[in-house]
Structures are given as structure tokens and as C-alpha cells.
Design a binder for this molecule. Structure first.
Ligand code: FNR
Length: 387
């Protein structure tokens, strides 16, 4: 393959490196993929104002997210099954994030456990919680995250039940992956992936396995989790988690200003404007279209983070201009991990950082604090004045 120069190149390589069922799990969205599509197309439609002759020699990407100093306004989003894309995937990605000076967020549905990631890193990481029907699991996992030194808990609120991704059903996606007649050829042609995952520490949901084992259960973690998504979850559960968790509390999956206000009322420190990467409510607005009103309604009361469709430094800059404190990236890092392991995650992060640095220069800003809506080209204003 020719030189890798952007995240799309990592995606192309990832498609060749891992089995189709796993690539599609990462790459696709729910139902007709309308929201998934607009996350990207609405970001693409935004234009910058090009400014010139502004001394851009001393640019800095450094900022804080949730009060923690980071090298750039980007964090790794929580993603399930990551350790099946590459052996020990979550440990590997957390290490790459740490080396790049940004935060990693571990999913409840990870393959490596909280303790695995703790042992692979020295800096704090963040933990994402699904509140399951079995509240005993939530209590225990919150305590484990606290013991592991996690500084922030991201409660995902946009998945009380699961939106359907057609591809996962058609591909027969399974955890742990199983060799079948249908996927035998696919797996046989991906020996690098097979070796890496085979050598990995785990093949099932590390956080859940540990809990079920302690409860003396013999259930399959995947089936247990499936049965335990809780459609009755409500704001009362957020209050309950707030009482249990002493660190920063973040609600992930907010797409409406009224919910952002509610999050602030209940004492959340931050929200992630997110539609789960277009994997839940199909037909919901793109996150970049939803962002400005949410930032306006609640940005003075809590920190507003953003995800959905971010594939480049330009995308990060656009989100910051429209009111985000920082961005989380899901697929952009997963493509890197699936393509090249730790080096691929590092590559994704360094490309995004470089793109951000150049775009800041060309829009005339020196540091992250200077980014405002003023760097965006206002096409509507031009249309209104009939230009
Ligand atoms: C996710 N996402 C997610 N979110 C979460 O809170 N817990 C999870 O376990 C997962 N799992 C997951 C798996 C995969 C393969 C993807 C792509 C996404 C959503 C994720 O945190 C984030 O919101 C989106 O990925 C952001 O969109 P982009 O960056 O992928 O476009």
C-alpha cells in the first residue's frame, strides 16, 4: 500500500486486515444509515474563513478536557469489542493515547478489562458505563473504575435498548468470534489478525466476565449483557450514579438542548453531544447540526464535548468553532488499530494533530482558546446579502 496520509487510508487498510464481520461492525450505522451519513456530510459542508498574514509561528494545540491537561482537544471514545480488532486492543490503544498525551475511554463492553488497561498505562484513563438492569453490576464496575484511578465516568444515555445494524445480523457477528463454514475463507486470508487476536489475553467481555465469575455464574457474557440493557433507565438512575461516583460525571449521548439543561441540573460535569456515531436513532440530526444550540443552552454550566463523524483535524476545528471543548473519536482510531495496531492508532492521532495545527494556522488562530465561530465562513450571511 502507498503512504498512509489520512484516516481514510487507514480505513482502506483495515478493510483488508480484519474479517468482514468485524470491519462492518466498526464501519456501519443503524437501519438506513441516514444519521450515520449526515454526521459526515454536515461536517463536510462547513467552510472556514481563510485568513492570511497572521503570525502563526507559536501555535499550541494544548488545552484541558474535564480539567485535565491534554496535548490536543481530542480523546478516544469508548468502543465495544475493540480487543477483537487487534489482540489486547484496548491496552494497545490506551498506550497509544497515553504516548500522544490524550485520554483514552474504556467501554463497559470492552474485551480487555479495567484492570488490564490499568496495568498497561500510567496515566489515568476514563471509563464508560452502561447502566444494566442488574444494578449490582453497575455498582461493582463503578467501584472497580474508581480503584483503577479512572478520573471520569461517562454514562452512556442513548442506548437504553439497541438500534439494529443490519450488517451485524447478516454477517452473524459473534463474541467470541467463531470459525464457521461461512467465515472460514475470510479468516484464513487474515492470518495477521488471527494470530494477534489468538495471542491476546481475552476473547470475551473482560469487565462482565469478571463480574459473572464473582457471582458464581456460568452465563455467556454477551447474552447476559444483551438481556441486561435497561429500557427503563431514567434521570433517577443518573442521580443514583452521581451519588456513587466521586469523580467527574459525563453524560454521553445528549442531542437536545433540553436534555443538556437537565444534565446540568443533575450535577453532571460534562456532556458528550453524540448520537452514538449514527448507530442508534436513525433519523436523528447529525451531531454537528445539534451542537451549537446545545452549547448555547448549557455550555456555561458544564463542559460540552462532541463526537460523530470526526475523521480529521479540520473536523475537530469545526466542532470547536461551534462550541465544543473537545472531540472524541471512535472509528478514526479503530481503523488505525485494525490496520496497524498501536502504530495505527498513533498514526491516526498524529495525522489529526497535524491537520489541526495547519488548519488553525490558515484560519489565523494561535491556540485552542482563540477558536470561536468567527473562524467559520458564513455562507448564509453571504446568501442573505445576495453575493
Ligand atoms: C461505539 N460507540 C460506543 N459508545 C459507548 O458509549 N459505548 C460503547 O461500547 C460503544 N461501542 C462502539 C463500538 C463501535 C465499533 C463504534 C464505531 C462506536 C460510540 C462511540 O463512543 C462514539 O460515540 C462514536 O464512535 C462517534 O462517532 P465516530 O467517531 O465513530 O464517527
Amino acid at each position: 500500500m502507498a503512504a498512509i496520509t489520512n484516516v481514510e487510508d487507514l480505513r482502506t487498510l483495515a478493510r483488508r486486515k480484519i474479517p468482514k464481520a468485524l470491519f462492518d461492525y466498526v464501519d456501519r450505522g443503524s437501519y438506513d444509515e441516514l444519521t450515520y451519513g449526515t454526521n459526515r456530510s454536515d461536517l463536510k459542508a462547513i467552510r472556514f474563513r481563510q485568513r492570511v498574514l497572521i503570525d502563526a509561528d507559536n501555535r499550541s494545540l494544548s488545552t484541558t478536557m474535564l480539567g485535565e491537561t491534554v496535548s490536543m482537544p481530542v480523546a478516544i471514545a469508548p468502543t465495544g469489542l475493540t480487543g477483537l480488532l487487534h489482540g489486547n486492543g484496548e491496552m494497545v490503544a490506551a498506550r497509544a493515547a497515553e504516548k500522544a498525551g490524550i485520554r483514552f475511554t474504556l467501554s463497559t463492553m470492552s474485551i480487555c478489562s479495567i484492570e488490564d488497561v490499568r496495568s498497561a498505562t500510567t496515566q489515568p484513563f476514563w471509563f464508560q458505563l452502561y447502566v444494566f438492569r442488574d444494578r449490582g453490576f453497575s455498582e461493582e464496575v463503578i467501584a472497580r473504575a474508581h480503584r483503577a484511578g479512572c478520573t471520569a465516568l461517562f454514562v452512556t444515555v442513548d442506548l437504553p435498548l439497541r438500534g439494529q445494524r443490519h450488517a451485524d445480523i447478516k454477517n452473524g457477528l459473534q463474541v467470541p468470534p467463531r470459525l464457521t463454514m461461512r467465515n472460514a475463507f475470510d479468516i484464513a486470508t487474515k492470518p495477521g489478525w488471527a494470530m494477534s487476536v489468538l495471542m491476546g489475553k481475552r476473547k470475551s467481555f473482560g469487565n462482565i466476565d469478571a463480574y459473572l465469575k464473582r457471582k458464581g455464574g456460568v452465563w455467556a457474557a454477551g447474552r447476559w449483557a444483551n438481556d441486561n440493557f435497561d429500557a427503563s433507565m431514567s434521570w433517577r438512575d443518573v442521580e443514583w450514579v452521581r451519588k456513587l461516583w466521586p469523580g467527574k460525571l459525563v453524560l454521553k449521548g445528549i442531542l437536545d438542548p433540553a436534555d443538556a439543561q437537565m444534565a446540568a441540573d443533575l450535577g453532571a460535569d460534562a456532556i458528550v453531544v453524540s448520537n452514538h456515531g449514527g448507530r442508534q436513532l436513525d433519523g436523528a440530526p447529525s451531531t454537528i447540526v445539534a451542537l451549537p444550540k446545545i452549547a448555547e443552552a448549557a455550555g456555561h454550566r458544564l463542559e460540552v464535548l462532541f463526537d460523530g463523524g470526526v475523521r480529521s483535524g479540520q473536523d475537530v476545528l469545526k466542532a470547536l468553532a461551534l462550541g465544543a471543548r473537545g472531540c472524541m473519536i471512535g472509528r478514526a482510531y479503530l481503523y488505525g488499530l485494525a490496520a496497524m495496531g498501536e502504530a495505527g492508532v498513533a498514526k491516526a492521532l498524529s495525522m489529526i494533530g497535524d491537520e489541526l495545527r495547519v488548519s488553525m494556522s490558515l484560519t489565523g488562530v494561535q491556540n485552542i482558546g482563540e477558536v470561536t465561530r468567527d473562524i467559520l465562513f458564513d455562507r448564509d450571511a453571504d446568501r442573505r446579502s445576495n453575493i
